[in-house]
Design a protein around this ligand. Structure first.
Ligand code: ZN
Length: 310
């Protein structure tokens, strides 16, 4: 793949004190670096905004683009249970902070998985995406989708979600600032991206760490740690953070969920899923605790960021 590469200064602090962590296997000359001043991990040099935007065309969404592992269009028409999406999890978390009926904006909405689920739960949902293909795809399903930040009214939303999007952007600062602008006072920002706490240690210890591949995906530009995400929030003016216990929410695509579902210990109830027996609850929560214990043993932190409150 040949894309012209541009050199950027650190997106969080603006400095150019970077140290190379490793050279990427994709895009010759592009490295994964860490900012010695603030700790943001990013790719430098990297494709320009224009080149990046062009990556997210119809081919990308049909699994023929730079990320051949993703066939989002096929996923979108499969049954919800089979979707390779963790949107159920995201919506479950949001619903604990913003009651049904609230206004929600999904930035980087893609083909609208999260929007559909949030809509089914009674939220007033709108989306934003840079991809004209994605915007048209979601509009056809009756949703309102913005293609430019300028057209989104200020202080309109109770919740903004940015899920698996920020790592793709050249300018996360601009995106989080827009999220802040369009949130009502007291509104919440939910960000999901891979958490790179302990990144260097993990790379050095186990070169096959899955996050190594994650950092080498063409479209992935920025990698965040909890400290870095909090620095963004503080710089932009968010009032406070809420940390939540991710083990209390279900990931429908997890092996444990599927196992319990087969044993009829986990049953869907409307769009909300619950462990319906005490055995099921014992296995589910026990399983989640085991995973947490393993993570701690390996020095891998929990992989979610705190929620920011405006
Ligand atoms: Zn920096």
């Amino acid at each position: 793949m040949s894309l012209a590469l541009v050199h950027y200064s650190c997106n969080l602090c603006g400095q150019e004190k970077e140290k190379i962590l490793f050279e990427r296997a994709v895009l010759a000359g592009s490295n994964v670096v860490v900012c010695m001043n603030c700790g943001l991990i990013y790719v430098n040099p990297r494709p320009s905004d224009k080149a990046l935007n062009e990556l997210y065309n119809e081919n990308y969404y049909k699994g023929n683009g730079f990320d051949g592992t993703a066939d989002y269009v096929a996923d979108a028409i499969r049954s919800p249970f089979e979707q390779k999406t963790s949107a159920h999890f995201d919506v479950a978390v949001i619903s604990d902070f913003v009651p049904s009926g609230g206004y929600l904006l999904d930035i980087g909405c893609g083909l609208g998985h999260l929007m559909k689920l949030a809509h089914a739960r009674g939220y007033h949902v709108e989306g934003y995406d840079i991809s004209p293909f994605a915007v048209e795809f979601v509009k056809k399903q009756g949703f309102h989708v913005y293609h430019s930040f300028g057209s989104i009214p200020s202080e309109r939303f109770d919740a903004v979600t940015i899920v698996e999007t920020l790592e793709h952007a050249n300018d996360p600062m601009a995106i989080i600032k827009e999220a802040f602008r369009v949130l009502k006072k007291g509104g919440v920002l939910y960000i999901w991206s891979e958490n790179f706490d302990g990144f260097v240690e993990n790379i050095l210890r186990r070169r096959k760490d899955r996050r190594f591949g994650y950092a080498s995906t063409v479209g992935h530009i920025n990698f965040f740690t909890t400290k870095v995400i909090k620095s963004y929030f503080l710089k932009i003016g968010f009032r406070s953070f809420i940390t939540f216990d991710s083990d209390l929410y279900f990931r429908k695509n997890s092996q444990l969920y599927r196992f319990l579902y087969k044993l009829r210990l986990m049953r869907p109830k409307g769009v909300e899923d619950k462990v319906t027996t005490s055995y099921g609850r014992f296995i589910w929560l026990g399983g989640r605790r085991l995973v947490r214990f393993y993570r701690r043993l390996q020095g891998i932190p929990c992989n979610h960021f705190p929620i920011a409150v405006k």
